[in-house]
Design a protein around this ligand. Structure first.
Ligand code: UD2
Length: 301
């Protein structure tokens, strides 16, 4: 994309800030973020930063004025927080998302929304296609499913160009904090020569997709003709948590032991994307394999 005026909500966050990096050289980019979990230091100088809450209609209106395109990444990403405070996370993940869709209507801007593999809950089929049954196991998943459906409905009802991207387990630089995901946790443990903590038997599996691939998926979504649709964004490869622990230990040359803890209650056993729709309609294919993705993270922080 070139010469566009673009808003990235949650642009200070993990995925958002990488997207801003990719967009900035050739576009006018605005970031709306309250920096509750995002980090200003990750943003390039040429991005216009609006320090505000996506739930605030005034801040959103200002940020979205005259834009051609909105990438909506602002969210409360902690699944466990959504379990503890469902209404709180609903306000950001769903109510504010509706504000974003309404604002997009006003500006006639395309919207790419961050959906999640959480919409599937325990998937009926593996790899899971977009047509699989959706049965979220957390308020977070329900909120993302509703957002994903609203995006489709706004295309149907109002002709707004929308795309929902259902992210699988995204990892990469700048993923940090208490809800940061198993790869950054294992890397931190390996670096500190502390035990690598596998929850449960470690035979559960995930589809780990590098953030640079997620950025590319967003760029494809910005130009596709196939709007009003949801797409799985993963690699199509599943890795067990135990294999991941060994890969991280080998790649870091760490002397960490691998220990088992109690399994997480409500944990999804297996998760893996059928990416054929994204390949067909978006021309998207993940490029970064897990081992090289992990190797590129080492020495990074
Ligand atoms: C991911 C997403 C979440 C939501 C969900 C949908 C991330 C960070 N989170 O949650 O937002 O979309 O998918 O299903 O991508 N584990 C260990 N040891 C640790 C930490 C984790 O064994 O120290 C295990 C954990 O029990 C789980 C797996 O690793 O089986 C992945 O955990 P996670 O928190 O990285 O991501 P997940 O799949 O729960």
């Amino acid at each position: 994309i070139r010469d566009s005026t673009i808003l990235v909500t949650g642009g200070g966050g993990f995925i958002g800030s990488h997207l801003v990096d990719a967009l900035c050289p050739h576009n006018e980019v605005r970031v709306l973020d309250d920096f509750s979990t995002g980090d200003r230091a990750h943003l390039p100088e040429d991005a216009t930063v609006i320090d505000g809450d996506v739930r605030d209609p005034i801040a959103l209106q200002k940020a979205a004025r005259g834009v051609d395109l909105i990438f909506h990444h602002a969210a409360v990403v902690s699944v466990s927080r959504s379990v503890d405070e469902p209404r709180q996370s609903n306000r950001t993940n769903l109510e504010a998302s509706l504000l974003v869709l309404e604002q997009a209507r006003r500006e006639d801007a395309r919207v790419v929304v961050a959906s999640s593999a959480a919409v599937y809950g325990h998937p009926d089929e593996l790899p899971v296609p977009e047509t699989a049954r959706t049965n979220p196991t957390s308020p977070y998943g329900v909120q993302k499913l509703a957002l994903d459906q609203y995006a489709r409905l706004y295309e149907e009802l109002y002709g707004l160009e929308t795309v929902a991207l259902r992210y699988f387990n995204v990892y990469g630089p700048r993923q940090q904090g208490p809800y940061s995901g198993v790869i950054s946790t294992f890397l931190e443990q390996a670096r500190a020569s502390e035990p690598i903590t596998v929850e449960g038997d470690g035979r559960q599996s995930r589809d780990f997709v590098h953030v640079s691939d997620v950025v590319r998926a967003n760029l494809h979504a910005a130009t596709t003709d196939a709007v009003g649709e949801a797409y799985n964004i993963g690699t199509g490869q599943r890795t067990s948590i135990l294999d991941l622990a060994e890969t991280v230990r080998d790649a870091t040359g760490s002397s960490s032991s691998i220990v088992h803890r109690a399994p997480r209650s409500g944990d999804i056993r297996h998760s893996g994307a059928d990416t054929s729709k994204a390949t067909r309609e978006l021309g998207f294919e993940a490029r970064v394999g897990l081992e090289s993705g992990i190797r590129s993270l080492i020495g990074d922080g």
